[in-house]
Write a protein that binds this ligand. Structure first.
Ligand code: PBG
Length: 332
């Protein structure tokens, strides 16, 4: 019997054949577009390290939301740059905070666009950490300060409730404090938001790929780093434990972040958990592709779609990506 050496190649000869046998189809219906909102009016300030991505004032972000929705992208993720930062992250949880005001304005203008709210304290803290910080004065630089987990949970829960009250559809905690899903679920339920789902940034790694975001959201830590609460890039099994805890605490959707350097974690999470699985293609992944393309070293559109496809192939059905608009224009 002739060994069927040609069996694979037979189906690759034309685009019609390739399209017929394709296993993964990218559509904008799984995309989430992150948006950064800042104080002021008529502000549209491009982020230096993220070409095509802007800090928008509330009036401008409403226009952007219209465009996003008209491209077939079902959801946005809101990040806020507050007027003032302090040591209680007040701007995160007050009812007229920047994200809350934005959510109301977008809901009024584009009611069918799903709004996700990033729940974290770092953008609102004067020191840029994701929780309340206590000086403990240990003997080494890393032991000078501690993040106080349980007190931080109260502020995160307040943030989630105020976001839900402002009309945010999906609460997305990205802080990586322990027990936050439980605390947020309880607070939402207690305030009548038992139908508001939680998408947990369940496996969030302490990654160098967040660099451009910290410029966009002005949230780089003033001292130390986030390694005491975000995950060690070396650990995939621990990621499964982190996700498991969030599932037990009541997460409705789970997320792995970043995406491309952690495709193994996405694939393993897909096998182990049955909840909707999201992946966040973060700022550094975006910036890397933009920079190489600007230099003429790679083909922008091709690499953009290939990277998104690989994230979906690994098992994520929801992709948070700064490429959402550009990709939707190509494939939508
Ligand atoms: C807030 C948060 C970060 C990102 C999303 N939510 C930054 C961080 O943890 O430092 C990163 C997103 C990106 O890089 O695109 N904690």
């Amino acid at each position: 019997m002739a060994f069927p050496v040609n069996r694979q190649r037979r189906l690759r000869r034309t685009e019609a054949l390739r399209s017929l046998v394709r296993e993964t189809r990218l559509t904008p219906s799984g995309f989430v577009y992150p948006l950064f909102v800042c104080p002021g009016e008529a502000v549209r300030k491009e982020i230096r390290s993220m070409p095509g991505i802007f800090n928008f004032s509330v009036d401008e972000v409403v226009k952007e939301a219209h465009e996003v929705y008209s491209l077939g992208i079902p959801a946005i993720m809101l990040f806020g740059l507050p007027e003032v930062k302090d040591e209680m992250a007040t701007g995160a949880w007050i009812d007229n905070g920047i994200v809350q005001r934005t959510a109301r304005a977008i809901k009024a203008a584009v009611p069918n666009l799903l709004i996700m709210g990033d729940v974290c304290l770092c953008e609102y803290m004067s020191h840029g950490h994701c929780g309340i910080v206590k000086k403990v004065g240990g003997p080494t630089p890393e032991t000078q300060y501690e993040i106080v987990n349980d007190v931080s949970l109260d502020l995160l829960a307040k943030t989630a409730v105020s976001q839900a009250r402002a009309g945010i559809d999906i609460i997305a905690p990205s802080d990586m404090m322990d027990g936050r899903i439980d605390a947020i679920r309880a607070a939402l339920d207690a305030h009548g938001f038992e139908n508001t789902p939680i998408m947990s940034y369940a496996a969030k790694f302490a990654s160098g790929f967040y660099g451009p975001f910290r410029e966009a959201a002005d949230s780089a830590p003033a001292f130390g780093d986030r390694r005491s609460y975000q995950m060690d890039p070396a650990n995939a099994r621990e990621a499964m434990r982190e996700i498991e805890l969030d599932v037990q605490e009541g997460a409705d959707m789970i997320m792995v972040k970043p995406a491309l350097p952690y495709l193994d974690v996405i694939a393993e999470a897909r096998m182990r958990f049955d909840l909707p699985l999201a992946a966040y293609q973060v700022s550094g992944e975006f910036a890397m592709i933009k920079a190489a393309a600007q230099n003429g070293w790679i083909d922008h559109d091709r690499v953009m779609l290939e990277s998104l496809l690989s994230i979906q192939r690994a098992g994520a059905s929801i992709i948070l990506t700064y490429f959402a608009k550009e990709a939707a224009k190509l494939i939508g």
